[in-house]
Design a protein around this ligand. Structure first.
Ligand code: ADP
Ligand code: MG
Length: 392
């Protein structure tokens, strides 16, 4: 079997080498944060519902050391040159732009919460693909946050970190995202998925030991161009909010699956009915998945994953031909279940497979792509890992 994901040692080495080369000294430490993938629960977050992400063995590593004054210098192997900013730029939202805004946003959020953030030099390397929906943004935020908290000896427990990283992204970078990504990359544990209630923000570790069961998750990057994803996301969100209003509930999470038919009868718009059906049934699929995992029945979640995909395809209408092709090919090649993961209109597909079948399932997907004339997809086989931490 190939090593799932990529080893943290290699990416940490690149961050360290970048730090030495850029700053001519040794870093004081290195901090890693993973990407994440959502096992099930799509478009449920902004409906106050449930999600179930797990952390990927693909990581962003920040090598860092303190520097005098309130100055921050950041370099990333993905960028041409380092970016420097001081307290004035950090304190004014949006002043630092581009990729470095994710780092400046963390400094801003910490300072806004009253922390004394130490000046620092940072060098960043990453194996998390950027913009594929595996949350490289939360990974860079979480690794930066862990580094600054440790360097400054700041008092910020793990349960308070996701909110802070989310504020960095929402308010400094200006990207509207829910709390899932930051919660996952900070709070996930190895061998577990993170059951997150998006209304209360409470989390629970759910056993998901793929390795012990001889299983793995194959993550396929569809490489489909994100077609109108922003506008489509906004219209889905609006439709859900309007439906909740019409039904007289705070959010669609409050519609019980038992009352779904009655609720749908009260809506005139056929499209809106389908949107509601997706959200309500998807919340229930997350709960059913959690129940099966608690009972140690990992293989049995396969049909729920596949049903989630059908619901996204037919009711929420957020899949694209590349994505549907990958799901169908994975299932035909023996996956226990497969679904698109992420907001839709591109991004990744995940498939639950026997660990020793991962490569043959991936090959079947690649062949199906070739047949349809799509550009070849990429893939990685993963096991659930832990959240952000300091490397020794
Ligand atoms: P995703 O989180 O799905 O990967 P986003 O659009 O939310 O996609 O975040 C991607 C952005 O985050 C990049 O365009 C870049 O600005 C920033 N980013 C993520 N990782 C890095 C990195 N290692 N170095 C520099 N910038 C990064
Ligand atoms: Mg992101």
């Amino acid at each position: 079997m190939t090593e799932p994901g990529t080893p943290v040692g290699a990416v940490a080495e690149r961050a360290t080498a970048g730090f030495r080369q850029r700053y001519g000294t040794e870093p004081a430490g290195r901090w890693a944060a993973p990407g994440r993938v959502n096992l099930i629960g799509e478009h449920t977050d902004y409906n106050d519902g449930f999600v179930l992400p797990f952390a990927l063995p693909l990581r962003t590593v920040v090598a860092a050391a303190p520097q005098d004054g309130e100055r921050w210098t950041v370099w990333s192997e993905l960028a041409d040159s380092p970016v420097e900013f001081g307290a004035a730029e950090a304190d004014q939202r949006g002043r630092v732009t581009g990729w470095a805004a994710y780092v400046a946003g963390v400094v801003w959020a910490l300072r806004a919460a009253g922390h004394r953030v130490p000046g620092a030099r940072l060098a960043i390397a990453s194996d998390v693909p950027v913009g594929s929906g595996l949350s490289s943004s939360a990974a860079i935020e979480a690794a930066t946050l862990a580094a600054l908290v440790d360097l400054g000896g700041l008092d910020l427990t793990d349960d308070r970190r996701p909110r802070l990283a989310q504020r960095a992204e929402n308010e400094y970078v200006g990207a509207p995202t829910g709390i899932m990504d930051q919660s996952a990359v900070i709070r996930c544990r190895a061998g577990h998925a993170l059951f997150l209630d998006c209304r209360t923000e409470s989390v629970e570790q759910i056993p998901f030991d793929l390795d012990a069961a001889g299983l793995a998750v194959l993550v396929i990057d569809s490489r489909a161009p994100h077609r109108h994803a922003d506008g489509e996301y906004a219209s889905r969100r609006k439709s859900c909010e309007r439906a909740a209003e019409l039904l007289g509930v705070a959010a669609l999470r409050d519609v019980s699956p038992n009352d779904l038919d009655a609720a749908l009868d009260r809506l005139d718009d056929e499209e809106m009915r389908r949107r509601v059906r997706h959200v309500v049934t998807e919340d229930q699929r997350v709960l059913d998945t959690v129940a099966l995992l608690r009972a140690g029945r990992i293989r049995d979640i396969g049909p729920l994953l596949t049903a989630s995909h059908a619901s996204m395809r037919d009711d929420f209408e957020i899949t694209v031909p590349e994505i549907d092709t990958a799901v169908e090919a994975a299932l035909a090649a023996g996956a226990y279940g497969a679904r698109m993961t992420g907001g839709g209109f591109g991004g990744c597909v995940l498939a639950l497979v026997d660990a020793d079948a991962a490569e043959s399932v991936a090959a079947a997907v690649t062949a199906a792509y070739a047949e349809r004339g799509f550009p070849a997809p990429t893939h990685v086989t993963v096991l659930p890992t832990g959240g952000a931490h300091r490397l020794t």
